[in-house]
Design a protein around this ligand. Structure first.
Ligand SMILES: [Mn+2]
Length: 319
């Protein structure tokens, strides 16, 4: 049986599902949760949708996003679906997922990340690293299942494709991305609503925070790397939240001839997060992020280290 047939069998035979996306959810994870939730609902199944860090404000326009929970009880789930996770610990619930695994509850892993250790414990691995997004993968599952694509379902899926291609700008915007997006638009996906909320919605605190980072922007000619830093104090000084850092690294990545864009910022819990972006075909940022214990894609990756950022004689260091 191939991955789709195994997936279909589990969906047909079971009734109660748990769907979990990764920590610090993005548009692809929220879109994937909502899309699969709607599909299971239309098949008369129960599904609990979980994002350990909640729903970022820019995705709260999506219908049903208010039903996404931050936590769950072990409960009577008959199957667990993991979407867009990249690896086991990124789910935020590694311990509880290990319990499901021990109880032999089927785990279905749907993903497009290259570093994926979930295969070891998953019953079904529906993984394709060549697609733009988990939502693009879920579109193919839905069409094979023959489920009707409603305007809300189409909007959820297009949100994941839109955000993981940075609004159809990244080189992962393949002809298939445009074909799937076109099909979703025909089904009533609201592209304008997505772009208005995701790309063109910047709060005053967010822009002030970005201003601090942009004023510190440096360019290392030897590495071809543009980089900047934000401290916890910077984030607090303008009344911003850590969520509002998201998107800034894409702006830093817009510099012509830059090979790598890096943003380092301090989190409340004493860590330093790094976000990496590139437009270069010759750089694999998933490997660079792996080196620091993180992960992601060739062109977009991230990592997290314990420590603080300190400026010393004009040079920022992690201490
Ligand atoms: Mn993704």
């Amino acid at each position: 049986m191939n991955a789709f047939q195994k997936f279909k069998t589990i969906i047909e035979e079971r009734n109660s599902f748990l769907i979990v996306c990764h920590e610090r959810a993005d548009g692809d994870s929220i879109g994937s949760l909502l899309a699969l939730g709607e599909v299971l609902d239309s098949l008369g199944k129960q599904a609990v949708l979980v994002s350990s860090s909640g729903v970022p404000p820019v995705f709260r326009f999506l219908k049903g996003s208010d039903k996404i929970k931050q936590d769950f009880l072990l409960g009577d789930f008959e199957a667990v679906i993991l979407v867009d996770n990249g690896d086991f610990h990124r789910t935020g619930f590694a311990d509880r997922l290990a319990v499901f695994h021990k109880k032999r509850i089927p785990l279905i892993n749907i993903d497009h990340h290259p570093k994926n250790d979930l295969w070891r414990i998953s019953t079904v691995n529906y993984v394709d690293t060549n697609v733009s997004s988990t939502c693009e993968l879920i579109y193919s599952i839905i069409t094979q299942l023959g489920v009707e694509i409603t305007p809300t379902l189409a909007t959820s899926l297009l949100t994941g494709i839109y955000t993981d291609t940075a609004g159809f700008q990244h080189t992962n915007t393949s002809s298939s991305v445009l074909e799937v997006s076109s099909a979703l638009l025909r089904r009533g996906a609201k592209l304008k609503q997505i772009s208005a909320n995701v790309s063109n919605s910047r709060s005053v605190t967010m822009l002030k925070l970005w201003g601090i980072a942009l004023s510190r922007l440096s360019f290392n000619h030897d590495l071809g790397m543009a980089y900047s830093v934000l401290t916890k104090d910077d984030i607090e000084s303008v009344g911003a939240s850590e969520d509002e850092v998201s998107g800034l690294v894409n702006l830093i990545n817009a510099i012509p001839n830059s090979r790598i864009a890096l943003l380092l910022y301090e989190t409340k819990d004493g860590r330093i997060k790094g976000s990496l972006r590139t437009e270069s075909d010759n750089v694999d940022l998933s490997r660079l992020a792996n080196y620091f214990g993180g992960g992601g894609h060739r062109r977009a990756s991230g990592f997290s280290l314990s420590g603080r950022l300190r400026q010393d004689a004009g040079i920022w260091r992690a201490v």
